[in-house]
Design a protein around this ligand. Structure first.
Ligand code: NAP
Length: 478
């Protein structure tokens, strides 16, 4: 999708209608700054209308087989339009095209997985006569939709993280009102068009670009929205939860992913994984490698291999097929990341490779000599920066890796069973990867963190459990 000075306003999707509104927002290329699109902007009024329509839609429930059929058709349409969707992700998010293509192909899976799950939603039989008062009764549970879902998503996976909310909600039988990130609303609007083309009846989905305070606040406050599913920063996510009253709130938030590299590890593999997964999408993934703890004997060898691989990464225009590392999302984030690097260097850290910027591009940066209190180590950097930190004992590595408010995914590289098994037990994260990067994810796995990183698991089967409630049925006189 070529960037251009766009003037026509793209409409938003409100319950089966494509509408214009009084205001619009600009979507600009993070790489060139050119306008990619101007998009109708929703406010509180459109949000309430979308909730009205969702309420109306849910009065006529879709049976599971119909939901599954529609989700399968959406999956097929996402596959058919995969290249167009990848171009859209690349244009609005500045994600390198090859990574955008992976995201589009993952969204095919997310919809297909949700379709499969929709066909097998069921409850349990309950052994009700296991105590004397239950004699003569039969009992079982069914899973019923929780109600209207409000979904709020971040800029960094504008297609597949949206799919992880919309597809399970529809599979569960819930109508959804979705607020995409203001910087990247286009992929979600394309997905809405494909959902409509796949036969999703009006009212089951609205996609409302707009601000957190306009659209988000109505989703948080309107009691008809029974569940909020939010992916984004910890600050915004936990703030929403405190304001959400009786709503269920599912949070998928940030991380400062640690990787432990034992001296016996395959250092070529470990350094290749770090080089790829600290810098893909310029480090703007919630599970990007940020802190690399390397057993002291192996540090020099590991660093030499890592630097070779990092310096071979191609930096540049995300639309170029060869680009590995593109821009960060905007100038304020670029300046923040640079300031954190400068602050670390001023406090004694050393830039092993990288540092500096070219226009909107930050060079992939590896630091050493960092200390735990430096922001590059203690906070989620969300940029193309990782730090290599030596350790003496495995206990020390676990202590340092756990010394963060976050707990999403972590990793260890080793050829020995003992440290691997210990890491699985000791690392306080939602997932522990062994000889794999902490950024690794496939769409059916339970993905989600502990501590400040969140309170839920995503992956269609897990999300559907969150978006349905168990109803107990008791039959007397059996
Ligand atoms: P963000 O600033 O928290 O924004 C996320 C979403 O929340 C956007 O749609 C944003 O809208 C909206 N929002 C902001 N303020 C709001 C408010 N007061 N009420 C309601 N909604 C509000 O996060 P981001 O910068 O887009 O994304 C980066 C963060 O997401 C990182 O921390 C990353 O780790 C996290 N993330 C987590 C996961 C995961 O699965 N755990 C995955 C990807 C990203 P506007 O765009 O209009 O401001």
């Amino acid at each position: 999708m070529a960037t251009m000075e766009a003037t026509a306003v793209e409409r938003l999707y409100l319950a089966g209608e494509w509408i214009e509104t009084a205001e619009s927002l600009e979507v600009r290329s993070p790489y060139s700054g050119e306008m990619v699109a101007r998009v109708a902007r929703a406010g509180p009024d459109e949000t309430r209308r979308a909730i009205d329509a969702a309420e109306e839609a849910m009065r006529q429930p879709l049976p599971p087989w119909r939901r599954a059929d529609i989700l399968e058709r959406i999956s097929q349409l996402v596959r058919d339009r995969g290249e167009e969707l990848a171009q859209t992700i690349c244009a609005e998010a500045g994600k390198p095209l090859k990574a955008a293509r992976v995201e589009a192909s993952r969204a095919v899976n997310t919809y297909a997985l949700a379709a499969g799950e929709a066909r097998r939603i069921c409850g349990d039989s309950v052994p009700i006569s296991g105590t004397q008062p239950g004699d003569g009764h039969l009992a079982w549970t069914v899973r019923v939709p929780i109600g209207i879902v409000g979904a709020i998503s971040p800029f960094n996976f504008p297609l597949n993280l949206v799919a992880h909310k919309l597809a399970p909600a529809l599979a569960a039988g819930c109508a959804v009102v979705h607020k995409p990130a203001s910087q990247t609303p286009l992929s979600a609007l394309r997905l809405a068009a494909l959902s409509q083309e796949a036969g999703l009846p009006a009212g089951w989905l609205s996609v409302l670009p707009g601000s957190g305070s306009d659209v988000g606040d109505v989703l948080v406050q309107d009691e008809r929205v029974r569940m909020l599913t939010f992916t984004g920063s910890a600050e915004v996510g936990w703030g929403l939860r405190t304001r959400a009253g009786r709503k269920k709130v599912a949070l998928e938030l940030g991380n400062a992913s640690p990787v432990i590299v034992e001296a016996d590890a395959d250092l070529d593999l470990a350094s290749a994984k770090v080089a790829t997964h600290a810098f893909s999408y310029a480090g703007q993934t919630c599970v990007s490698v940020q802190r690399v703890y390397v057993q002291r004997d192996a540090v020099d060898d590991f660093l030499a291999r890592l630097v070779r691989k990092v310096e071979a990464l191609r930096i540049g225009d995300p639309a170029d097929e060869a680009t590995d590392v593109g821009p960060v999302i905007d100038a304020s984030n670029r300046d923040r990341i640079s300031a954190w690097i400068d602050e670390a260097v001023a406090s004694g850290a050393e830039i092993v490779t990288g540092g500096g910027q070219r226009d909107c591009l930050l060079r992939p940066t590896v630091l050493r000599g960092v200390t735990p209190e430096m922001k590059v180590c203690s906070r989620e950097i969300f940029g193309p920066v990782c730090s290599v930190i030596p350790y003496e004992s495995l206990e020390e590595a676990f202590r340092e890796a756990n010394a963060t408010e976050y707990g999403l995914q972590a990793a260890i590289f080793t050829r020995s069973l003992h440290p691997a098994v210990k890491a699985a037990a000791r690392l306080q994260f939602g997932s522990v990867m062994i000889n794999e990067a902490p950024e690794w994810r496939v769409d059916q796995m339970p993905y989600g963190g502990t501590k400040a990183s969140g309170n839920t698991k995503e992956g269609p089967a897990y999300t559907i459990r969150e978006m349905t409630e168990e109803r107990l049925i008791v039959l007397a006189g059996a």
